[in-house]
Design a protein. Structure first.
Ligand code: GDG
Length: 463
């Protein structure tokens, strides 16, 4: 019997053995690697002051972790500079926040080249290569340059914006050429997929064919949507586990009979935190009967603090939370608990379950897994209500949530009010619809459908 093809995953960060328990997505990728055997290739997380070459191999059962370090200059140019100061904002429609620096792009290119050469050395003829996310737009190009001809897929975890926005990137042509080197390019939503196809047609004369296929730059490739899912059972177990319920119970006692409104987001300008706080402020202004009856907990672990836009955001959110509290609090009630730190996964799951309302209102989001985790953690007999931004990728699937425009502060306030007042039968009905979506489109289905589509696409491009 022929051995199963090895799976090779490339992503900027990996879930290497011995690190803090990774979330559902990393576990799902690890499961696939454990099934087939393979390599997880990426950055080690180490930044070295001096030159760094080569790769560290860590072997864990059937999985090899192949990790490369970055120099300080690479970390600043590739990671902070290009990936986080140019690509992240533009792909989230924030051209206003983007910093375009030719040197940063050239370091990004160099890191993709160096990593591509390192990865090419590890590949065997019948491997299957799956590249993740915007850090590695140019990796496949380097693999091809190093004579790698095997099946190669790419998945973008963040939005692919409207063509007019994507084309603002000074290097968009190089990136388009890089993407065209894959057999399959996967996106979170149908909208992202359409944006990509329209961009390829309008800017590069791509011929758009049936079933997501396109012909461009002398190659044929397929673009399709594969919405990322979660492992609902893992979250449900965590939410009902004792270790989760202990902190949630403590919080429950502090809240007494106040309704909990919960937000959980990395501190990132894509998540719409200032708008959300303003909406909560408007809720308190507009519905006086809520005074003392509702408590909003916002958990926001810091990220990318070295990027100015993130430091500015933190200041703005600090200021807004402080102001709303000072306007509305009294001796026995603080409306907002704003926590700039992370919590263990179990604790989060317990809090999701305790919450009456889950507030997920990003201005743009590839998918948003918090929305799905919130649904999975609910008590089926007494579920909370999800208030979800129409600009999260998840809205394409979770249309039984209360969908809102996160920029419309009064409308978000009204949706929170409606969620707080919603009768049990409507809550249950909406929750059942949401739960059946997240169960059906779970993370295993995401992974398997991508890998099947990649195998099929590669077979087709080679006939
Ligand atoms: C990108 C895309 C896309 C959050 N706070 C804590 C914590 N988390 C966990 C959540 C969730 C994950 O982090 C966040 O995932 P999201 O999907 O919400 O957002 P991004 O980090 O921006 O992820 C996004 C995703 O990639 C996958 O494709 O959905 O659109 O932007 O799992 O639970 N986990 C712990 N403590 C925290 O305080 N342990």
């Amino acid at each position: 019997m022929r051995a199963m093809t090895r799976l090779i995953i490339a992503s900027n960060r990996t879930a290497r053995p011995g690190e803090a328990r990774p979330g559902g997505l990393a576990v799902a990728l690890l499961d696939a690697l454990n099934d087939r055997g393979g390599i997880w290739f990426g950055w080690s997380g180490e930044v070295l002051e001096r030159e760094t070459r080569g790769i560290n191999l860590l072997v864990d059962g059937k999985v090899d972790f192949a990790l490369a370090n970055l120099t300080r200059r690479e970390y600043e140019g590739y990671y902070l500079g290009y990936a986080n100061r140019a690509l992240w904002p533009v792909l989230h429609y924030r051209v206003d926040l983007a910093e375009f620096d030719d040197e940063a792009f050239s370091i990004y290119e160099d890191v993709n080249r160096r990593f591509g050469r390192l990865l090419a050395q590890l590949l065997r003829a019948d491997d299957l290569v799956w590249i993740h996310d915007y850090h590695f737009f140019l990796l496949a190009r380097e693999l091809r340059y190093n004579n790698w001809r095997g099946p190669t897929g790419f998945f973008l975890h963040i939005p692919f914006p409207a063509p007019e926005v994507f084309a603002a990137l000074p290097a968009h042509v190089q990136i388009a050429r890089g993407l065209a080197e894959h057999d399959l390019v996967g996106f979170q939503t149908r909208r992202d997929t359409e944006n990509f196809r329209r961009y390829m047609a309008e800017h590069h004369g791509a011929e758009l064919q049936q079933d997501g296929w396109l012909r461009v730059f002398g190659r044929r490739l397929r673009a399709a949507a594969f919405p990322v899912g979660i492992d609902p059972d893992e979250i449900r177990r965590a939410a009902t586990d004792a270790s989760a319920s202990a902190p949630a119970e403590r919080l429950g006692r502090i809240l007494e009979d106040r309704a909990l409104v919960l937000g959980v987001d990395r501190m990132d300008y894509s998540k719409g935190l200032p708008q959300r706080l303003a909406a909560f402020g408007a809720l308190l202004d507009n519905y006086d009967q809520l005074r003392g009856r509702v408590s909003y907990v916002q958990i926001s672990p810091l990220s990318r603090e070295e990027v100015n836009a993130y430091a500015d955001l933190r200041e703005e959110v600090d200021r807004l939370a402080g102001r709303i509290n000072s306007e509305h609090a009294d001796l026995t009630w603080t409306p907002i608990r704003y926590l700039v730190r992370g919590y263990p996964r179990e604790t989060l799951a317990g809090l999701y379950r305790l919450a009456r309302v889950g507030l997920v209102t990003p201005l743009r989001d590839g998918m948003n897994l918090v929305a799905k985790e919130f649904v999975a953690a609910q008590d089926p007999e007494d579920p909370g209500v999800l208030v979800l931004s129409e600009f999260a990728g998840a809205a394409e699937q979770l249309d039984a949530a209360l969908l809102v425009n996160p920029h419309d502060v009064n409308a978000v306030a009204a949706a929170i009010w409606r969620a707080l007042e919603m009768p049990a039968d409507e809550r249950i009905e909406r929750w059942q619809a949401l739960d059946s979506v997240i169960r059906d489109a779970d993370v295993a289905r995401w992974r398997n459908s991508f890998l099947d589509a990649l195998t099929a696409a590669a077979a087709e491009t080679r006939t």
